[in-house]
Write a protein that binds this ligand. Structure first.
Ligand code: LMR
Length: 394
């Protein structure tokens, strides 16, 4: 039965993660998978998460099922965190999801059920799993230009020109902030133009926001998404609590849909049905931790402060690496590292050089050139800069 199973294409990010684990060198540096690390190279459990978990252990008196769309209080707290009150509650359909990935998949299933003719437009480049998820959900995908690699910024004109080809009803997948992998985000004016094009062509925006709080701050990072939600009748949102709450393995995500009031019940019902046919009830532990933090003023404040220090740490590392590369190369060609946002930036390197960096210098970046700035430490920056300068010059 299983002998004819097709070979699966390995995921580049997860392959790097595995190779790093198997490397026995003590000076290896992991700039691969998108997880936050502190100065000691650890991915810490956040203080507020520890406190919320302790509270749950002491006070939670049942592990009975939640609703098919998850815990309503979690959904409400996340909607408030993400949308910031831009859309009234009676226009928001919500379901907890199995992580941000589960939320993206759920949203794609919803799109296919709602409009079997819809195609999804995905940025080039993007998080590689976006295209895998679209294929798995049976959504035909198109690519739109996104990144101006010469200047390290959004290719605004390329993006708008490509999206002008989309048909009414097509879906545009956008990264809410901290674009993965480029770190280049639309500015306020760009969001307004994107919204205008979506509106004029009758497209549906679908925003994947997995790094809220890592760019310019919690509210600033959601500003583009909120602009869309305030202006357009419908926005589909997939969000993750993996990164900003450090809850990677707990799989806490959410799918939100802002829509006309009369569509809220059918959308919610469809999200519940998608859950029933895949996971039944979404996982609740991570969601319950998030809800506990967001609804307790003291825990929420502590969480925001710790998240802010994580954001500033990553930004400091961006500046340190850009500076070290300026000193190493005598040029400003890596200046974009300091101005981009979030964990990721992309280097213009061949996959051969990615291999050389790994094998010769123990520096792990993802094929395609993506590097996770949060994997750097103040101590590793000089060696990483020297290795990058050496390998890129070869
Ligand atoms: C990443 O982009 O590295 C993370 O989102 C982890 C993943 O699942 O790929």
């Amino acid at each position: 039965m299983f002998h004819s199973l097709p070979a699966n294409k390995p995921d580049g990010i997860l392959a790097v993660m595995q190779m790093f684990r198997e490397d026995t060198r003590s000076d290896k540096v992991d700039l691969g998978v998108g997880v936050y690390r502190d100065d000691a190279g650890r991915t810490p459990v956040m203080r507020a998460v520890k406190a919320a978990e302790a509270r749950l252990v002491a006070e939670q008196d049942t592990k009975g099922y939640v609703a098919l769309t998850g815990d309503a209080a979690y959904n409400q707290a996340m909607a408030e965190l993400i949308l910031g009150g831009t859309v009234p509650a009676d226009r928001i359909a919500a379901s907890a999801a199995t992580g941000g990935t589960g939320a993206v998949r759920m949203a794609m299933e919803l799109i296919r059920i709602a409009n079997p003719q819809a195609q999804i437009w995905i940025s080039t480049p993007t998080w590689p799993n976006h295209t895998v998820l679209a294929a798995a959900a049976g959504l035909p995908a198109n690519a739109y230009r996104y990144y101006d690699s010469i200047n390290g910024v959004l290719d605004r004109q390329g993006m708008l020109d490509d999206l002008a080809q989309a048909k009414p009803g097509d879906v545009v997948l956008l990264h809410g902030c901290c674009h993965n992998p480029t770190g280049a985000d639309p500015r306020e004016q760009d969001w307004a133009e994107i919204a205008a094009l979506i509106e004029a062509r009758g497209l549906i925006p679908f925003v994947d926001i997995a790094y809220q709080g890592f760019g310019d701050g919690l509210d600033a990072d959601a500003a583009g998404l909120r602009h869309l939600a305030a202006r357009l009748p419908r926005v589909i949102i997939a969000a993750s609590a993996a990164k900003n709450f450090g809850l990677y393995r707990e799989r806490a995500g959410i799918c939100l849909v802002t829509c006309p009031e009369e569509e809220r019940a059918p959308v919610t019902d469809t999200l519940a049905t998608i859950n029933r046919s895949t996971v039944s009830f979404p996982p609740d532990h991570g969601a319950r931790v998030v809800r506990t933090i967001l609804t307790d003023p003291a825990l929420r404040l502590d969480w925001q402060e710790e998240l802010e220090s994580m954001r500033l740490r990553v930004q400091g590392l961006r500046h340190a690496l850009a500076e070290a590369l300026r000193a190493e190369t005598g040029s400003d060609r890596f200046g974009f590292l300091a101005t981009q946002r979030g964990m990721f930036s992309v280097l213009d390197v061949s996959d051969d050089k990615v291999t050389t960096l790994r094998e010769k210098a123990g520096v792990y970046i993802v094929p395609g050139g993506r590097m996770n700035m949060a994997g750097l430490t103040r101590e590793s920056v000089p060696a990483v800069a020297a290795a990058l300068a050496r390998v890129l010059a070869e």
